[in-house]
Design a protein around this ligand. Structure first.
Ligand SMILES: [Zn+2]
Length: 258
């Protein structure tokens, strides 16, 4: 009996292993390797086209284009789960997220959601990876709002729509100043309203830095981070006129209220 049980366990182990091995189908593109399960080939090819297009566009958006990108051997990997349930269960992601980037490993985990995969999730997560690849890991104290704002900036609709949301939050008194935003963490239990406002403010302030203060300054700021300069110190060096995070908050808020 014991042998039969052991054999059974062994066989189910082999079957599970086999299933895990067969689970992902690999599709190689220029800067990406796409893994999928039952998504259609058509969908996967559209992901390839969009990802390659965004790869160029995002580097241009951030002013990183003249710096080298990643090579053939160093391609980013995109895992397309079948649906939200598969994604949440397998990647242990929060229910409100529709994709997640592991920047150090250059991996995106996502699923083809009903809305916004190509316009929202893909450019957002790719924005995270390209930004992190450029600034590296030396700098300390980079707030989440800055990291998320850079990613949101890649989503065109959010880039232009966020100012409106921030303006409303100032009017109804829910606005969170940058000092508060800098200390904020997002948890599984954070309310949707708070998450939405956090992202809208992040997108708005980064949009303000790039569009109003100039791309040239923004690239120089990112280069300081790349050199390992602390976030607030880099802010003082490149955006000295704000005189710190409170000053940046005042200038940005004033710009929105105008
Ligand atoms: Zn993000």
């Amino acid at each position: 009996m014991k042998t039969i049980t052991a054999l059974f366990i062994f066989l189910s182990f082999v079957t599970t292993l086999e299933a895990a091995n067969q689970e992902w189908i690999e599709y190689k593109a220029k800067h990406f390797i796409i893994y999928y399960k039952s998504a259609s080939k058509d969908f996967v090819e559209t992901v390839e086209d969009s990802a390659e297009e965004y790869y160029e566009e995002i580097r241009q958006n951030l002013g990183f284009r003249r710096y080298s990108g990643w090579t053939w051997d160093d391609r980013a990997r995109i895992y397309i789960y079948d649906d939200q349930e598969d994604y949440v269960n397998s990647s242990k992601a929060a229910g409100w997220s529709s994709g997640h980037a592991y920047t150090r490993e250059k991996i995106i985990r996502t699923y083809p959601s009903a809305t916004g995969f190509f316009d929202t999730t893909l450019p957002h997560e790719l924005g995270h990876i390209i930004f992190r690849e450029f600034i590296g890991y030396k700098s300390r104290g980079i707030p989440l709002w800055f990291i998320e704002g850079v990613a949101m900036y890649q989503e065109k609709a959010k880039r232009y729509g966020s100012d409106h949301i921030v303006k409303e939050s100032i009017e109804d008194g829910t606005f969170m100043p940058l000092e508060e935003l800098s200390n904020m963490r997002l948890y599984h239990h954070t309310t949707q309203e708070k998450v939405d406002l956090f992202y809208a403010e992040s997108a708005s302030v980064v949009n303000y830095l790039i569009s109003e203060q100039g791309e040239y300054r923004f690239v120089n700021f990112c280069r300081k981070l790349q050199e390992g300069v602390d976030f607030l110190k880099a802010l003082d060096t490149i955006y000295g006129r704000f005189n710190g995070i409170e000053g940046l908050n005042r200038a940005w808020k004033g710009h929105i209220e105008r």
